[in-house]
Ligand binder design. Structure first.
Ligand code: DAH
Length: 371
């Protein structure tokens, strides 16, 4: 033992008092340092060890030379000191057990909750929507389980028309008993919300419609049976094709950088006439040609066009069920443009993601890169 055995030359009351006070102080100081179980064990061995314990050595030394009448007070004081040592050993255990509240060990490290972030698809959606909000568009939403009327008929896809084949549709079971316009399906695009908006609201209209859409497509690197679109619709008295071009050109520059160019190609959609596909100059090679743009310098990004008069006619027919004189969507007085784009495609381009499946895998190693 490192400490010396104190010498006791006198066995009168005052000398005993002073000698034990010194030992008791030592115990108190050491007891305050018992932070670990290892320290506790050392403390216990140091004082109470059977052969080399300090208590044993000191009592051996003092009792041996003690006169008979001093043995009793000595013994009592040794007992008190032993109690003090034993209490010091129990105290940390008591403190630890009070830290265990109803079976929860509050001394264990807590659960670290990572702050959440927007999913890359959601943030791409927000980015696009924000660009249009800055142009005065507002947002509208619609149901994912949609009727044939809104998804197809009112958008100028007549029943059995081949244009429907381009959107491989997931039908809701058991709908055959209903009239064809009421049959339910999973919406194949966000365009039905154009119809819902126009039936509910008079022009002028400027809305964007973000949302989930469903198609019976096999999943591969660029396709998923569930994906996201952002639709746009602008209707007013003097809306022209140049408004459409200017709006989309501005939006693409805001999203992909001011150096990006746009070009419009004739296309076909039943609900727009004329219709166009919009291409942007390749954001990877700047237009000189690379693997990503299949060496064309251009990337096709969205569809658009001027709202077909047949769409306004379908909207008017619906509005007249409520107000027979309604002519808010008379094509002689108003015109409109519409556009639709895939969110996944935009997110893949913005972040250089080559497999659409990453967005749905829930793999934290992928998602954490967007934190
Ligand atoms: N709904 C079309 C689709 O899913 C995309 C689209 C094209 C929407 C042209 C439009 C538009 O509003 O004008 O393929």
């Amino acid at each position: 033992m490192s400490e010396m055995i104190p010498q006791l030359s006198n066995y009168d009351e005052a000398s005993l008092e002073a000698a034990f006070a010194t030992l008791s102080d030592e115990v108190r100081q050491q007891a305050a340092e018992l932070k670990t179980t290892e320290a506790q064990e050392n403390f216990r061995l140091n004082w109470l060890g059977r052969k080399q314990g300090r208590l044993k050595l000191v009592s051996d030394a003092w009792l041996k030379s003690a006169p008979a009448e001093a043995r009793k007070p000595l013994g009592m004081r040794f007992n008190q000191l032993k109690q003090q040592i034993e209490q010091a050993l129990e105290a940390p255990a008591a403190a630890a057990s009070s830290a265990t509240v109803q079976g929860i060990d509050i001394t264990l490290p807590g659960t670290v909750r990572q702050p959440g972030i927007a999913h890359p698809l959601i943030s791409a959606m927000h980015e696009v929507v924000r660009v249009f909000h800055q142009l005065g568009f507002s947002t509208n939403l619609g149901p994912q389980v949609e009727s044939d009327f809104y998804n197809f008929e009112a958008l100028n896809f007549p029943p059995n028309h081949p244009a429907r084949d381009t959107q491989d549709t997931l039908q809701i079971a058991g709908q055959q008993v209903r009239p064809s316009r009421d049959r339910l399906l999973m919406r194949t695009h966000t365009s039905p919300v154009q119809i819902r908006t126009m039936i509910a609201q008079e022009p002028p209209i400027r809305i964007v419609i973000p949302g989930k859409v469903h198609r019976n497509d096999a999943a591969d690197a660029t396709h998923s049976p569930i994906f996201h679109q952002i639709e746009g619709l602008c209707v007013g008295p003097d809306i022209t094709f140049s408004d459409l071009k200017g709006t989309l050109d501005h939006a693409m520059k805001s999203l992909f950088g001011s150096a990006v160019k746009t070009r419009f190609f004739p296309s076909f959609f039943p609900f727009t006439e004329p219709s166009a596909d919009v291409q942007i100059s390749c954001i990877f090679c700047g237009g000189s040609g690379c693997r990503k743009c299949k060496h064309s310098g251009w990337i096709e990004l969205l569809g658009c066009g001027m709202v077909d008069p047949a769409v306004f006619a379908a909207v008017t027919a619906e509005r007249r069920r409520v107000n027979p004189d309604d002519d808010a969507y008379d094509p002689a007085k108003i015109a409109g443009f519409a556009f639709g784009m895939g969110v996944e495609r935009i997110a893949m381009m913005l972040h250089g993601v080559s497999d659409i499946g990453h967005f749905y895998s829930g793999d934290m190693r992928f998602l954490e890169q967007f934190a």
